[in-house]
Design a protein around this ligand. Structure first.
Ligand code: G1P
Length: 292
């Protein structure tokens, strides 16, 4: 079955980015000049997704406004002849069919995804987590959809991480079947480094079979006392085949301050309008630092 629907959880409080996230949703914090969630939506659309569900919560209205039309701003820009800006504003107002559901109680990622069960129905669907931005030749989700089309079952996007970092992620117990493709036997959310079954970490991209909703309806709270998607996938892996794909591309954890800064610098260096002046600024800055 073709993957047409994606769920993007965006209900979290964003405490790692306080005080910025006290009044602004963390998904709206920009990298260069684009909110992080727009990078995620663009990846979904360029991977062929047609309908997107964003799971929101109280204080996330800015996300809905961002992807809505803003007619008076469009008229203003048109009147001033600012056509480049007009195009940017019009584009964000018509990116895809975006739907919203609120997760009233913060009960964890698994529960957030469960809030999307009516939107998804009985189709396999994609999940993209907003803290993970991937820069790649072929969009990360497209790489996963290509594998899904071959295997017709759940596919999880992974990268190898250093042993010391496994406790920040969901980790796979899996066996290599082809270059970069693993068959998943088991999963564990945020294991201690000495008990982790591998260094294959879930990187916020999933294509999931709809049976996960039955499982989620009775998944008990796990790590951090939250209903974990990883725990539901663990049960799903018992019922059906599941694969892990080491995708091509650089992944940035923009929910982490250092990861956010790295993404900002690297994305700015790729922008034709900023590349030259920003590069010379950085070189000057680093030159000054090494001269100290
Ligand atoms: C979530 C998932 C985890 C995954 C991670 C990727 O954790 O629960 O399995 O590895 O995203 O970013 P979080 O970072 O929300 O705690």
């Amino acid at each position: 079955m073709r993957i047409k629907k994606a769920v993007i959880p965006a209900a979290g409080l964003g405490v790692r980015f306080l005080p910025a996230t006290k009044a602004v949703p963390k998904e709206m914090i920009p990298i260069v000049d684009k909110p992080t969630i727009q990078y995620i939506i663009e990846e979904a659309i360029s991977s062929g997704i047609e309908d997107i569900l964003i799971i929101t919560s109280r204080h996330k209205k800015a996300i809905e406004d961002h992807f809505d039309r803003f007619v008076s701003l469009e008229d203003h820009l048109r009147g001033k002849g600012k056509h480049d800006l007009l195009r940017i504003v019009e584009e964000t107002g018509g990116m895809a069919e975006i739907h919203y559901v609120r997760q009233g109680i913060p009960r964890g990622l698994g529960h957030a995804i469960y809030c999307g069960r009516r939107f998804v129905g009985s189709e396999p669907f994609a999940v993209l987590l907003g803290d993970d931005i991937v820069r790649s030749q072929v969009p990360c989700l497209k790489q996963m959809i290509d594998l899904y089309e071959e295997v017709q079952t759940t596919v999880i996007g992974v990268k190898e991480v250093p042993q010391a970092e496994v406790s920040k992620y969901g980790i796979l117990d899996a066996e290599l079947v082809k270059q970069n493709i693993y068959r998943v036997h088991d999963l564990v959310e945020k294991p201690a480094p000495d008990v982790a079954p591998s260094r294959l970490a879930i990187m916020g991209r999933y294509i999931i079979e709809p049976e996960v909703f039955n499982i989620l309806s009775c998944t008990e709270p796990g790590a951090g006392d939250e209903i974990q998607l990883t725990d539901a996938l663990k049960e799903l892996a018992r019922q059906k085949d599941m694969y892990g794909l080491i995708f091509e591309g650089q992944r940035y954890d923009v929910g982490d301050k250092l990861g956010y800064l790295k993404a900002t610098v690297e994305f700015a260096l790729e922008r034709p309008d900023l590349e030259q002046p920003f590069r010379s600024y950085l070189e000057g800055l680093l030159g000054k630092k090494t001269r100290r």
